[in-house]
Ligand binder design. Structure first.
Ligand code: HEC
Length: 169
């Protein structure tokens, strides 16, 4: 692909800026910080968590995709793939390739062999939650030094992207 060097140079600082924004949020435009000199007394112990499992279960965001939400046909859906290629050209190609070449984010070839379909869809639809909670997503951020910006895809668009990624074995 031509001009990839140029977009690379542009996109890297953008990615870094996004990480900075993501990490820098939450500073109140405070007057005098009311930070007490000593830490507050520890909060009362959580109501004696009866089932140990409760603590280990992360709370999923609304619309989180599970395997039950995805039906994969035996054959690839070419209509979805055509749609997905348009989205790729418009929104994804600056950071991804359809080969195994990394751009800013990973190349997509072979991703379907390593990841579950629902994981791939959640990466597209719930990126922020994934990079905060999913160890595999966190490893990718570590590797790319970039957090993928929210792509504002609908569930149908993300499903179409999954079909495209499925075709890139
Ligand atoms: C600004 C750069 C950028 C854009 C634009 C972008 N991504 Fe990403 N994407 C990343 C990065 C970086 C990662 C690695 C994980 C992370 O940081 O969230 C990633 C990871 C992914 C993954 C997981 C890949 C793997 O190897 O497991 C998928 C799937 C994905 N992106 C889909 C998309 C789709 C679909 C679009 C377009 C609608 C898109 N991305 C647009 C940067 C981007």
């Amino acid at each position: 692909m031509k001009a990839s060097n140029r977009s690379f140079r542009f996109i890297l600082p953008l990615g870094v800026a996004l990480v900075a924004v993501a990490c820098g949020g939450g500073t109140p435009e405070s007057t005098t910080p009311a930070t007490p000199a000593t830490p507050a007394a520890p909060a009362a112990p959580e109501a004696a968590a009866p089932e140990a499992a409760a603590a280990a279960t992360p709370s999923y965001p609304a619309g989180f995709i599970t395997s039950a939400d995805i039906t994969l046909g035996d054959k690839l859906d070419e209509g979805m793939i055509t749609e997905a290629k348009k989205i790729f050209d418009a929104k994804c190609h600056v950071c991804h390739s359809m080969t195994d070449q990394k751009v800013v984010g990973p190349g997509w070839k072979g991703v379907i062999n390593e990841r579950k379909p629902e994981w791939i869809m959640n990466m597209m639809l719930h990126t922020q939650w994934m990079v905060e909670n999913d160890p595999d997503a966190q490893a990718l951020v570590e590797e790319t030094k970039t957090v993928m910006p929210d792509q504002q895809l609908t569930k149908e668009q993300a499903r179409a992207m999954l079909e495209l990624i499925r075709s890139l074995k």
